[in-house]
Ligand binder design. Structure first.
Ligand SMILES: Nc1ncnc2c1ncn2[C@@H]1O[C@H](COP(=O)(O)OP(=O)(O)OP(=O)(O)O)[C@@H](O)[C@H]1O
Ligand SMILES: [Mg+2]
Ligand SMILES: [Mg+2]
Length: 743
C-alpha cells in the first residue's frame, strides 16, 4: 500500500491521467446526475437510514450479550468476564455508502479467542437469534467459503460473518486495518476480515469519497440495467465495480462524477485484460499468506479480468469472469463510451462558447440539461436480453418446499457458470453463451424457478456448412454435477431445455406480459441499424465477390412459403454427410471500437506498471485498429430465406419473427446444436430486424449469422426415418436473419 501519497496528487500506482477539474457545465451535469439517481430510487429515505442504524445498534448489543453468556458458561474469571467483548463492523455497499433501499448490511462480528465459530457463533448466537421475534429468515451457512448467517432483523437484511481473533479481550476501538490482526488467525477468519479491510482500504485510496460514491452508484445502476451486475453469474459484483470505479477516481482525481462516468467507459474500453486493476502496490506481507500473483501461482494465470483487492492478502475479486462474460462486458464498456462521447462533445462545445459568451453558455447549458436526462436514460437503457437472441437455454429447477428451493437455488446458481464454460469449451468457443444474471419465477409455481442463457454462434468466424455442435453430453455432465449436491434430497430437480425466443415463457417479461413488439428507438436498436446500413454501403461498393453473392442470393431466394418451410435445412443437419458447401467470402470491415485513436495514457497505465503481472502479451481484447474480417456467406439457394418482408426496416419485428419461426416446437430438451452456413445478407441494404446485440463487437457485421432451431417433428417420412435412428434431435442452425431481399 506504499505508493499512495495522501497529501500529494498521487493516488494509486501510477500518475493520474489528468488533473483536470470540472468545467461549469460538469458541475451542472453532475447535479443532474445526482438528481437522476435520486429520481430512479437509488437512495434510501431518512427513516430507512435511521432504522438501519437502530438495527446495527441492536445487533451490537446482541453480540455483546452473547459473548457474556458464553464467557460465563465457559467459566472465565470475573476479570475476563467483565472485559469480555465482541463488536461488529460493517462492510460492503452499506459501508461504502452506496447501498440502495432494501440492500443488505454486510456485517462482521469480531469475537475473542474463546468464542469459537462452530460451537459458539453457529451455536449459542444462532440459537439466540432463532429465538428472537425480531429476527426472521435465519439462514446459517457454516460450510461456505466465507461462513455466514443471513437473517432479517426488524425487516433489515443482514449478512453476518464471524472473525475469531487470538485475543482474550476485544477492545472497543479495535483497528482491523493493521496486517498484524491476521497473525495466527484461522483461514476463515482471514477471509471474513477481508471484506471490511478491503472496504476501508478503498475509502482510503480514493481522492474524494463523495465523488467516488456518486460515480459508484451510477456505475452500479448502469451495470444492473445492462445485465452485468452479478458475481455469481460471471459478471462483476459490488466489490468489483467499487474497485473499478476507485481506480478511475485515482486516475482523474479532480474530476466530478459525470466526468468520472465517461472516463470509466473510456478507460475500461481500452483496458488490456488480463492486466490487473490495482489500487495500490501488492505487499508480499510478512505473514506468508498467499497473494494474487500469476508469476507464481498457475491458477492466477487463468484469471482473465483480474481486479485486485487492496488489503493484504491481495486477491483477485473477479475470478468468476469467463471469456463470455468478459466479451459481454467489454461490449458494454464500448457502448457506454460511445454514448458518453456524444455527451462529452456537448460539454466541450458549450465550454467553448462560454469562453466567449457567458450568456450563450447558460442558454446552451439549460438546453443541455434538458437533453441530459435523455442522455442518462440512453446510457441506463435496460439491456433487452429476451430480444437479443433467437435461441435460449432454459434451466428449470424445483424443490419440495421453499426452504429446499432456497438451498437448491444457491447450489445451482453457483454451478451455472460451469455450464456456460463447458458449452463454450466443448464447442471450441464456437457457441457463445450469455447468462442472464437473475432467476425468474412463475408466480403460479412458487416451488420452481428458471434461469436463461442466450445462445449464439461465435461472431466473426466463418461458418462451415454442416458443422455441428452437440451439447447433449455437456448438458448431461452439467446435470450430473449439479445432482451431486451434498445436501441433495428428493424433490430437488433440474431440467435443461432449448427454447426459441417466441417460446419464452411470459413470466420472463415485465408484469408477465409478452411485449407485442420488440423495442424500437432504443440506442441499441438504432446503433444496430446504423451499423448495418453502413455495412451495406460497404457491401455495395465491394468488389465482384459481393456482386456474385448478390446474384447468387437472388437466384436462390425462395418464395416466402417454401422458404419458410425449407429454411431449417433439417435434412442437412440430420445427415452425417454435409452437403458440399458453396461459399463466397465477402470482406467487410468490422467496426472499430473507437472513433478516434486510443488514449495513449490509458494504454500506458494498463501496460507498463502492471505488465509484469500479465500472463501473456497478447491480451488486448479490444481492437483499436480497423481490421477487416472475412465473413463467409453461403450461396446455397436452398438455404436462402424469403426476406422480402423481413428485410424491410419498417417491418414489425413480430412479423419477422413469425416468418422466421414457422415451426412450432415449443420447449424441447437440448439434443444437438448444429452449425450451418450463414446466409447472405445479399445487397445488405436492409438490416435484419432481430440481431444479436451483445458480443465482443456490439454491432457486428457478422450479426447476419443466427442460430436456428430445427423442428423435432420432421415433415417427411424419409426424413423421420433418419431421425429415428437417433434420439430426437433438436438442432440449432446458424442461418441468417438477414436474408437476401431478392435483388
Ligand atoms: N469475490 C469477492 N472477493 C472479495 N470480496 C468479496 C467478494 N464477494 C463479496 N466480497 C465482499 O463481501 C462484500 C459484500 O458483498 P455483497 O454481495 O453484499 O455486495 P455489496 O458490495 O454489498 O453490494 P450489494 O449492494 O449488491 O449487496 C463485498 O463488498 C466484499 O467486501
Ligand atoms: Mg451487500
Ligand atoms: Mg451481502
Amino acid at each position: 500500500m506504499s505508493s499512495v501519497q495522501q497529501n500529494g496528487q498521487r493516488f494509486g500506482i501510477t500518475e493520474p491521467i489528468s488533473l483536470g477539474g470540472p468545467a461549469e457545465l460538469d458541475v451542472i451535469k453532475t447535479r443532474e446526475l445526482e438528481k437522476y439517481l435520486q429520481d430512479v430510487g437509488l437512495y434510501e429515505s431518512d427513516e430507512e437510514a435511521v432504522k438501519r442504524e437502530e438495527v446495527l445498534g441492536i445487533l451490537d448489543q446482541i453480540v455483546k450479550t452473547w459473548i457474556k453468556t458464553i464467557s460465563r458458561a465457559k467459566g472465565l474469571n470475573d476479570q475476563l468476564l467483565h472485559e469480555a467483548n465482541a463488536k461488529i463492523f460493517t462492510f460492503g455497499s452499506y459501508r461504502l455508502g452506496v447501498h440502495g433501499p432494501g440492500a443488505d448490511i454486510d456485517t462482521l462480528c469480531v469475537g475473542p479467542r474463546h468464542a469459537t465459530r462452530e460451537g459458539d457463533f453457529f451455536g449459542e448466537l444462532q440459537r439466540m437469534l432463532s429465538e428472537m421475534p425480531e429476527v426472521t429468515e435465519l439462514h446459517p451457512v457454516p460450510d461456505a467459503h466465507v461462513p455466514l448467517m443471513g437473517f432479517k432483523l426488524n425487516g433489515v437484511s443482514i449478512d453476518l460473518l464471524y472473525a475469531q481473533l487470538p485475543l482474550w479481550v476485544i477492545p472497543e476501538d479495535l483497528d482491523i486495518s493493521q496486517d498484524s490482526i491476521l497473525q495466527n488467525a484461522d483461514e476463515q477468519t482471514v477471509r471474513s476480515l477481508n471484506g471490511c479491510r478491503v472496504t476501508d482500504q478503498i475509502l482510503r485510496l480514493v481522492p474524494n469519497i463523495q465523488n467516488f460514491r456518486t460515480t459508484l452508484r451510477c456505475m452500479r445502476f448502469w451495470a444492473k440495467r445492462r445485465g452485468v451486475y452479478s458475481n455469481v453469474s460471471g459478471f462483476l459484483g459490488g466489490i468489483n465495480w467499487a474497485l473499478l470505479v476507485a481506480r478511475i477516481c485515482q486516475l482523474y482525481p479532480n474530476a466530478l462524477p459525470n466526468m468520472l462516468a465517461s472516463r470509466f467507459f473510456r478507460v475500461y474500453n481500452q483496458w488490456r485484460w488480463p492486466n490487473p486493476v490495482l489500487l495500490c502496490s501488492m505487499d508480499e506481507g510478512s505473514l506468508g499468506l498467499q497473494v494474487w500473483d500469476p508469476r507464481r501461482n498457475p491458477k492466477d494465470r487463468l484469471h482473465i479480468m483480474p481486479i485486485i483487492t487492496p488489503a493484504y492478502p491481495c486477491m483477485n475479486s473477479s475470478y468468476n469472469v469467463s471469456a463470455s462474460t468478459l466479451r459481454i462486458m467489454t461490449g458494454e464498456f464500448q457502448r457506454g463510451k460511445e454514448i458518453c462521447e456524444v455527451r462529452f462533445r456537448q460539454v466541450q462545445m458549450v465550454g467553448f462558447y462560454a469562453d466567449s459568451l457567458t450568456l450563450l453558455l447558460w442558454l446552451d447549458a439549460l438546453q443541455a440539461m434538458e437533453t441530459n436526462k435523455a442522455d442518462w436514460d440512453t446510457l441506463f437503457e435496460p439491456f433487452a436480453f429476451f430480444e437479443a437472441y433467437k435461441n435460449y437455454l432454459q434451466i428449470d429447477i424445483s424443490a419440495a418446499n421453499v426452504d429446499d428451493l432456497r438451498k437448491w437455488k444457491g447450489w445451482v446458481e453457483s454451478r451455472l457458470r460451469q455450464l456456460t464454460l463447458k458449452i463454450e469449451r466443448h464447442t471450441y468457443d464456437m457457441l457463445q453463451c450469455h447468462p442472464h444474471p437473475h432467476d425468474f419465477q412463475d408466480a403460479s409455481r412458487p416451488l420452481n424457478c428458471s434461469y436463461f442463457m442466450g445462445l449464439q454462434r461465435k461472431q466473426g468466424v466463418p461458418a462451415a456448412e454442416g458443422e455441428q455442435f452437440d451439447i447433449r453430453r455437456t448438458v448431461e455432465e452439467f446435470k450430473h454435477t449439479v445432482n451431486g449436491y451434498m445436501l441433495w434430497i428428493p424433490g430437488m430437480e433440474i431440467s435443461v431445455s432449448h427454447i426459441k425466443r417466441r417460446s419464452l415463457p411470459n413470466f420472463v417479461f415485465p408484469g408477465g406480459i409478452r411485449p407485442s413488439h420488440t423495442s424500437k428507438g432504443t440506442w441499441d436498436s438504432k446503433r444496430r441499424s446504423e451499423h448495418r446500413i453502413s455495412s451495406a454501403a460497404v457491401s455495395n461498393t465491394t468488389t465482384t465477390t459481393t456482386t456474385e453473392m448478390s446474384s447468387e442470393s437472388k437466384a436462390g431466394s425462395n418464395s416466402p412459403g417454401d422458404g419458410r418451410k425449407r429454411k431449417w435445412g433439417a435434412d442437412e443437419a440430420l445427415t452425417d454427410q454435409p452437403k458440399p458447401s458453396k461459399h463466397i467470402a465477402v470482406s467487410v470491415p468490422v467496426e472499430n471500437s473507437e472513433g478516434g485513436s486510443p488514449n495513449p495514457s490509458v494504454g500506458s497505465i494498463c501496460s507498463s506498471p502492471m505488465k509484469d503481472y500479465c500472463t501473456n502479451g497478447k491480451s488486448d481484447h479490444i481492437s483499436k485498429d480497423s481490421v477487416d474480417k472475412v465473413v463467409v456467406f453461403s450461396k446455397d439457394p436452398a438455404e436462402s430465406l424469403p426476406i422480402e418482408k423481413i428485410a424491410t426496416p419498417q417491418a414489425p419485428s413480430q412479423e419477422a419473427e413469425e416468418l422466421e419461426e414457422s415451426g412450432d416446437f415449443g420447449n424441447q430438451m437440448i439434443q444437438q446444436i448444429t452449425l450451418q452456413d450463414a446466409i447472405p445478407m445479399a445487397t445488405a441494404t436492409i438490416p435484419p430486424l432481430e440481431a444479436t446485440t451483445l458480443n465482443g463487437s456490439l454491432f457486428p457485421n457478422e450479426a447476419v449469422e443466427e442460430l436456428e432451431v430445427l423442428p423435432m417433428r420432421q415433415p417427411e417420412v424419409a426424413h423421420r426415418a433418419s431421425v429415428q435412428q437417433r434420439k430426437p434431435i433438436i438442432k440449432l442452425n446458424f442461418n441468417s436473419l438477414g436474408k437476401t431481399n431478392g435483388k
